[in-house]
Design a protein around this ligand. Structure first.
Ligand code: AMP
Length: 295
């Protein structure tokens, strides 16, 4: 595995990889890698000849009051995990490499960045699209991999790839969970044993709604209500909404197309998000990928 800390270093490495004419896959992360990231890397390996992973805690996607300065990090463990997963190249830029002095150009995700998490984290998705857009330009991968865990992020990036004609195929892969259902997240490190028990109400609520959908319930109100009633262990429920999984538009009436039931809430100072897809398709996560290159 090669490690690059600067853009020129990475470009030299990528040139060699591209000359070997294989497909380059890219997995952008903020580090503190876990089984969710590992799963993205594994999917990437099955589709690509080379795997590029980036670890960069992106300051522009954090609000002033948020956890940027205490976001968990363990570079040694991240490197070991990537080595173990036979990652081809690990890109670990520092802040100045991505945001040089005078940096002032951002990608605006539009209204999709203002709903759900965007309402509670103003400017968050503008930071996400900007850094992912930059990383796509730096790495120029053939395919890029994102987790369903961040459903709104995947939707916004899918639209950015299309709107900006980025020559990359976007692949979305299923959420990896602990045995008890908790969606794995780097932020779970903040939770005490007791917090963690309370956090479990999120996956329980989502699974209950999923069960109701499977048993034939299609009314958006009823499905949302089924989940809401189980979200009582949170210190704050920020949202529990049923949306079109591709556009993030709210679904009223009945669920008739690929829907995402999305929850965000606080357990003490830790903000957690999760979602399930409601669809009659056997593997609905596949429907979130952008197959082929955008026109
Ligand atoms: P992060 O490091 O949290 O920015 O996440 C990097 C990528 O990993 C994003 O595409 C996330 O959606 C994805 N990811 C995070 N947690 C999970 C999980 N539990 N299962 C699958 N993908 C995940």
């Amino acid at each position: 595995m090669r490690i690059a800390r600067s853009i020129p270093e990475l470009r030299i490495l990528l040139k060699t990889l591209k000359e070997r004419s294989g497909r380059i896959g890219f997995v952008p992360t903020m580090g503190y890698l876990h089984e969710g990231h590992e799963s993205l890397i594994r999917h990437c390996k099955t589709r690509c000849d080379s795997v590029v992973v980036s670890v960069f805690v992106n300051p522009t996607q954090f609000g002033a009051e948020e956890d940027f300065s205490r976001y968990p990090q363990d570079m040694e463990r991240d490197q070991a995990l990537c080595l173990n997963q036979e990652v081809t190249a690990l890109f670990i830029p520092d802040l100045k490499e991505i945001y040089p002095t005078g940096f002032s150009t951002f990608i605006d995700p539009g209204p999709m960045g203002e709903v759900l998490c965007g309402k509670f984290r103003p400017g968050h998705f503008r930071g996400v699209t900007t850094v992912v857009g930059k990383l796509m330009n730096i790495v120029q991968p053939d395919l890029a991999f994102f987790g369903q865990k961040d459903l709104q992020q995947a939707a916004i990036i899918r639209r950015m790839v299309r709107d900006m004609n980025l020559p990359v195929e976007l692949v979305v892969t299923p959420t990896i969970r602990e045995a008890d259902g908790l969606a794995i997240s780097s932020r779970n490190a903040y939770l005490s044993a007791e917090d963690r028990q309370r956090a479990l109400c999120i996956s329980r609520a989502l699974f209950a709604a999923e069960d109701a959908y499977r048993s034939g319930v299609r009314s958006a109100c009823k499905l949302i209500d089924t989940a809401r009633r189980l979200l009582t262990d949170l210190d704050e429920l920020q949202y529990c909404e049923l949306v079109d999984a591709l556009t993030m538009d709210p679904i009223g009436g009945n669920v008739e197309r690929l829907a995402g039931l999305c929850v965000a809430g606080m357990v003490r100072a830790t903000r957690l998000i999760d979602n399930v897809l409601l669809s009659e398709a056997s593997d609905p996560t596949n429907l979130l990928s952008l197959v082929g290159l955008p026109e």
